[in-house]
Design a binder for this molecule. Structure first.
Ligand SMILES: Cc1cc2nc3c(=O)[nH]c(=O)nc-3n(C[C@H](O)[C@H](O)[C@H](O)COP(=O)(O)O)c2cc1C
Length: 399
C-alpha cells in the first residue's frame, strides 16, 4: 500500500500488544511510525518499537529533529492514519479537550488523517462519566474507536477495558486506510443547506436547514478521494478543505450550479433542503408593510432532484434526501420512484433530530438491496454509512 501509519502508544499495561499492531500493519505493506507518550516510555523502552518498526520511535516533542522539518507537522501531513493503541483515559481526555502537551496529542490536532482509537483501562475508568463523555465527544468529531474487550485486567479486576485484539485493531485500521482511496477518480456532487427565496432585499422564504448533513457528506466524499463539488445554500459552516464549494442562494441558482456540475458527476447527493415555494413576484426594493396585501402568491421552485433523476446516464447514481415528520418510509419509497433516484435517505424531523442538530437517525431505501436503518448517530458517522451504501450501489451499477 506504500502508506504510513502513525501508531500512538500511551502508558497502559496493554502496550505490549502494540508490538503485534506494528507487525500487522507492516504485513499489510504499511510503514509504521511509533509515537510514544513520555509516560509510556517509562513502562517500556522506545528501542523495542524502533527495532520492530525499523524507524526511530518519537517520544519527545522538543527533541532535536533529524531534518530541518518540524516533525509533528511533517508527520501529520505524511500519514494515512493515526492509530492510538493502547489509548489511556488521559490521552482520550486530552484529545477530547484539545490539550496538546506532548508529541502524540499535538499530532492529533495537527493531522487531517483519520484517527482510530483503541482504549485500554480499568473498568471503573472506562465507565466513568467523564471518560464516556470524552469518547462521545471524539466520536462526534469523527474519531473512530475499536471497543475494548471484557475480561481479566492487569489490575486484577474483571470487566470492560481490556485492549482489543491487535488483529481487530489492524483490521479496522486497514479498512479506514483503504476507504481513503475508494472513490479516487470519481466526481461527487453534494448539495447542502437551505435555499432562500426572496420577497424583497430584506425578506425571504426558507427553512431551518443548517447544512450540517450535506457538509459532512462532502467531507466524507473528500476523505474517500473523490473530486467533490459542494453546492451550498446560505450556511454559517466552514466548507471541508479539498471540496470545490459553489455558494448559491435560491433554488434557481442551485439548479443552475447542479446542472453545470452534473455531466461530470458519478454520484449526486442532494442533501440540500431546497425551498419548495418562492414568491411569484419579487421586488428590487424593500416593500412597505402597507404595500403587501393580506396574502402573497407563491409558485413551485424547480424540482432539482427530479430533473437530475430524468437526466441521469446509466453509470450515474442519484441520491435524494427526505426529511419527514410522519410516514417517513412511505414518503421515501414514493420519492425514490417519482424522482428516478437510486437511493433515498430518509430521516424523521423532530424530537432533537433533524435540522441543525449534530445527530441524526437515517433509513436508507434503495432500488436494490435491503432497507438499512441506523440508530441515532452523529452526522459524520451517518455520512460514512451513507457513503458505504453509495459505494455498494455504484459497484452494482458497474457489474
Ligand atoms: C503500571 C501502570 C499501568 C497503567 N495502565 C493504565 C491503563 O491501562 N489505562 C489507563 O488509562 N491508564 C493506565 N495507567 C495510568 C496512566 O499511565 C496515567 O494516567 C498516565 O498519566 C497516562 O499518561 P499518558 O496518557 O501520557 O501515557 C497505568 C499506570 C501504571 C503505572
Amino acid at each position: 500500500m506504500n502508506k504510513t501509519v502513525a501508531l500512538g502508544v500511551s502508558s497502559s499495561i496493554g502496550l505490549y500488544k502494540a508490538c503485534e499492531v506494528v507487525r500487522g500493519f507492516q504485513k499489510a505493506g504499511l510503514g509504521v511510525r511509533v509515537v510514544m507518550t513520555p509516560n509510556a516510555a517509562k513502562l517500556i523502552s522506545p528501542l523495542l518499537f524502533s527495532s520492530l518498526a525499523g524507524t526511530r520511535t518519537i517520544v519527545d516533542l522538543f527533541a532535536e529533529p533529524e531534518t530541518r522539518r518540524i516533525e509533528h507537522i511533517s508527520l501529520a501531513k505524511e500519514i494515512a492514519l493515526l492509530c492510538v493503541a493502547p489509548a489511556t483515559a488521559n490521552v482520550i481526555g486530552k484529545f477530547a479537550g484539545g490539550v496538546a502537551d506532548d508529541f502524540l496529542t499535538t499530532l492529533f490536532l495537527a493531522t487531517r488523517a483519520p484517527v482510530l482509537v483503541a482504549a485500554a483501562m480499568n473498568e471503573a475508568m472506562f465507565l466513568h462519566p467523564r471518560t464516556r463523555a470524552n469518547i462521545a465527544r471524539l466520536k462526534a468529531l469523527g474519531v473512530e474507536f475499536v471497543e475494548p474487550e471484557k475480561g481479566y485486567l492487569a489490575c486484577g479486576d474483571e470487566g470492560w477495558g481490556r485492549l482489543a485484539d491487535p488483529e481487530a485493531i489492524v483490521r479496522e485500521g486497514l479498512r479506514i486506510v483503504g476507504r481513503s482511496e475508494s472513490l479516487k477518480g470519481k466526481t461527487v456532487l453534494v448539495t447542502a443547506g437551505p435555499t432562500r427565496e426572496p420577497l424583497d432585499p430584506v425578506r425571504f422564504l426558507s427553512n431551518p436547514s443548517t447544512g450540517k448533513m450535506g457538509y459532512e457528506l462532502a467531507r466524507e466524499a473528500v476523505a474517500r478521494g473523490a473530486a467533490t463539488v459542494l453546492v451550498s445554500g446560505p450556511t454559517g459552516l466552514v466548507p471541508p478543505a479539498g471540496a470545490l464549494t459553489v455558494r448559491v442562494r435560491t433554488a434557481a441558482e442551485m439548479e443552475k450550479a447542479c446542472l453545470e456540475a452534473f455531466p461530470k458527476a458519478d454520484v449526486v447527493v442532494m442533501a440540500a433542503a431546497v425551498s419548495d415555494f418562492r414568491f411569484k413576484e419579487t421586488r428590487g426594493r424593500k416593500a412597505a408593510k402597507a404595500e403587501i396585501g393580506p396574502s402573497l402568491a407563491v409558485e413551485r421552485t424547480p424540482d432539482i432532484l427530479a430533473r437530475l433523476g430524468r437526466a441521469k446516464k446509466p453509470g450515474q447514481l442519484v441520491v435524494g434526501f427526505a426529511a419527514e415528520t410522519h410516514a417517513v418510509l412511505a414518503h421515501a419509497r414514493e420519492k425514490l420512484a417519482a424522482k428516478n433516484a437510486d437511493i433515498v435517505v430518509a430521516n424523521a424531523v423532530g424530537e432533537g433530530l433533524g435540522f441543525g442538530t449534530d445527530d441524526t437517525a437515517v433509513r436508507i431505501v434503495a432500488r436494490t438491496g435491503p432497507l438499512q436503518e441506523t440508530g441515532t448517530l452523529s452526522k459524520r458517522e451517518a455520512s460514512r454509512v451513507i457513503f458505504d451504501r453509495i459505494e455498494a450501489e455504484l459497484e452494482k451499477k458497474r457489474r
